[in-house]
Design a protein around this ligand. Structure first.
Ligand code: NAG
Ligand code: NAG
Ligand code: NAG
Ligand code: NAG
Ligand code: NAG
Ligand code: NAG
Length: 571
């Protein structure tokens, strides 16, 4: 079924028979992007690759099924779809396919199918032809921060007759910052942990935790804090994947140093497998190790003991307009064996992407979730100001893709008793409405909030994060040295590891893995969390939101209590 390549029969139309130009109608437009400058029209002969996402057969039906199979009270709970079942919902109808291919053939354009369901076509044409095809002017935009240039437009049209057949043509209006890594701080030299601190214990949620964990988080701290087992998982079919972008490379030698220090109970040679797409790679030159990639790999391999872990390196050669975020999902959907958990510690601000791109990304997460993968994303490190801290904003800046209801957004906590980390991004999407699984929680939070922050956020949006985990002062090994990092980037692989170990127990008793988590987390899974009720997430010259009893847009439902979450999952 895939990949299908359509080489359209060479057309032998003479000029007289060429179809008259179709009536065009605006498909989408956007305001000038922040942080980019338009340096002028793109050269006519520059080749660009565009993708055409066709209308799906039954996305509404898929959405209903995706929720149904993820809802513990449903008779269909855990009945994840096969790819063939998924394709029936996602593929374009025969009419749609024919209409779109006819348009391309009229314009003498060859296309390639590039998505597992056949809904996305790729075309490579000169800018002059793209301008004509979409009745627009592609321009070269320069990113003021990095100086990197991209070819985009601020509006485009398609034939009016195709509006029902084409969801979007991209990349056209997306201005995602190429470097979308949340922020951390690091210290080069390893701090001496005082012996008295090492031996003293504190009590956290009824469990003894070494006092050293108040200064520095290591994998054993997470085990002690959340009751995460150190015994290895036993299921060969279990798996966990870490997404890597922006030429962040995960280093094997650093992992060995890390495991030797912090997991002396397991083999220091425990490692991860590599997958690549879009020209991605994972060079092992020590000096090229990435802080984010090392953090993510060390806190999955080092916490999800015995679970097969892969590092998926997405290269720069991506043409999805979202830095490979969409490509990696189509790549995973197309795999015969998919990771059961996907951890991603990258993100951007929702306002950077138009509605059509956000919707197509969110639909992709819905598809992967329906196939049985739990998708976890860092909520961001700028409090209510978005993925990065800032004070100038007058309204709160929700992050993406955390606003998508089909993934699990992870915020951060710090200290003992656990309190919200001030950088933990949270709030409400301006694009995706509150999904039913959290509508009661959001209503309670918003009603208790009264007039606080009124006018600065959209109370009808999807609230995030969903959950949280420690995210302050994690020790990692980088280029052979100890570094300390903060961020929701720390929390996400830690929480992903909890889910992977729960999947292991479920698989061991013959049950389905968890898949799309949220309907479970907000219902029966709720008893598996330590509610975090203090701290807040300042930003935009405000104190942000405050953590409070129940769900809140700083720490979500709270931090995991492994045994309770395991019991709630029925393992
Ligand atoms: C769409 O999918 C739903 C759920 O499976 C199904 O009930 C419905 O009949 C489908 N609609 C169409 C038009 O195929
Ligand atoms: C590793 O990378 C550094 C910096 O890019 C370079 O100077 C060095 O030659 C590389 N070493 C090897 C063995 O490739
Ligand atoms: C999909 O899988 C097939 C078979 O494994 C492979 O040949 C193809 O390149 C994959 N496509 C993408 C986009 O990953
Ligand atoms: C608020 O969110 C809803 C989606 O829940 C959206 O339709 C609406 O446009 C948003 N309002 C603003 C002002 O952004
Ligand atoms: C990270 O934690 C360290 C140590 O507490 C602190 O000095 C630093 O300001 C923190 N950075 C952020 C962004 O919160
Ligand atoms: C920040 O908020 C304070 C108090 O609400 C206000 O006095 C001040 O003008 C604000 N600063 C900016 C830059 O908006």
């Amino acid at each position: 079924m895939f990949p299908r390549v359509f080489f359209l029969a060479a057309l032998t139309l003479n000029a007289a028979a060429a179809p008259s130009r179709r009536a065009m109608a605006l498909r989408d437009s956007r305001a000038e992007p922040r942080g980019f400058v338009n340096t002028g029209a793109a050269a006519a002969d520059t080749e660009i690759t565009l993708r055409i996402q066709m209308a799906h057969t039954n996305m509404t039906g898929l959405e209903a099924v995706a929720y149904d199979i993820a809802t513990p009270s449903s008779a269909n709970y855990g009945k994840h779809l096969t790819v063939d079942e998924l394709v029936e919902f996602v593929k374009p109808t025969a009419d749609t396919s024919a209409a779109v291919l006819e348009w391309l053939s009229e314009n003498n354009i060859e296309s390639t199918v590039i998505s597992p369901a056949g809904d996305t076509l790729s075309i490579t044409i000169p800018v002059s032809q793209a301008n004509e095809l979409l009745d627009t002017t592609f321009s070269v935009f320069s990113d003021l921060d990095s100086g990197k240039t991209i070819i985009r437009t601020l509006e485009y049209s398609i034939p009016a007759s195709l509006h029902g057949h084409i969801n979007l043509v991209y990349p056209t209006l997306s201005f995602v910052r190429p470097q979308a890594i949340p922020k951390f701080t690091s210290h080069k030299s390893r701090r001496e942990v005082k012996r008295d601190i090492e031996q003293r214990m504190i009590v956290h949620e009824g469990r003894a935790v070494p006092a050293s964990c108040t200064e520095t988080i290591t994998p054993t701290c997470l085990q002690d804090i959340y009751g995460i087992p150190s015994a290895p998982g036993t299921q060969a079919s279990n798996s966990l994947a870490v997404a890597g972008f922006s030429e962040q490379f995960a280093n094997q030698a650093d992992l060995k140093v890390f495991l030797t220090s912090f997991r002396p109970d397991i083999s220091p040679s425990t490692t991860f497998t590599l997958q690549t797409l879009d020209g991605g790679s994972n060079p092992q030159n020590r000096s090229e190790a990435g802080l984010e990639a090392n953090l993510d790999i060390q806190y999955t391999v080092g916490v999800a003991t015995g679970v097969q872990t892969s590092f998926i390196s997405v290269g720069r050669n991506n043409a999805d307009g979202v830095d490979g975020f969409l490509d990696i999902i189509n790549f995973l959907i197309n795999e015969t064996t998919r990771p059961l958990v996907l951890s991603t510690s990258y993100g951007f601000d929702e306002a950077e992407l138009p509605l059509s791109d956000l919707t197509s990304l969110c639909n992709a997460y819905m598809q992967l979730g329906a196939l049985g993968t739990s998708i976890l994303f860092a909520s961001g490190d700028g409090g209510v100001a978005g993925s990065q801290p800032q004070t100038e904003c007058t309204t709160f800046r929700p992050t993406a893709p955390s606003g998508c209801p089909f993934l699990t957004s992870v915020g951060a906590t710090q200290g003992f008793p656990e309190t919200a980390a001030p950088f933990s991004s949270g709030g409400f999407s301006n694009v995706f409405p509150t999904p039913s699984y959290q509508s009661a929680d959001v209503a309670t939070f918003v009603s208790n909030l009264g007039s606080t922050n009124s006018g600065k956020f959209n109370a009808s949006g999807r609230g995030f994060p969903d959950v949280s985990s420690q995210g302050h002062h994690f020790e990692i090994a980088l280029d052979g040295e100890a570094h300390y990092v903060n961020g929701t980037s720390c929390a996400t692989p830690s929480f992903a590891s909890v889910i992977a170990l729960i999947n292991d127990k479920l698989l061991a008793k013959g049950s389905s893995p968890l898949g799309f988590l949220n309907p479970f987390l907000y219902s029966t899974g709720r008893s598996g969390f330590n509610d975090i009720t203090s701290g807040n997430n300042p930003g935009c010259n405000s104190t942000g939101f405050s953590a409070s009893t129940g769900w809140d847009p700083v720490t979500g439902l709270g931090t995991p209590n492994f045994d309770a979450l395991l019991a709630a999952a029925g393992a």
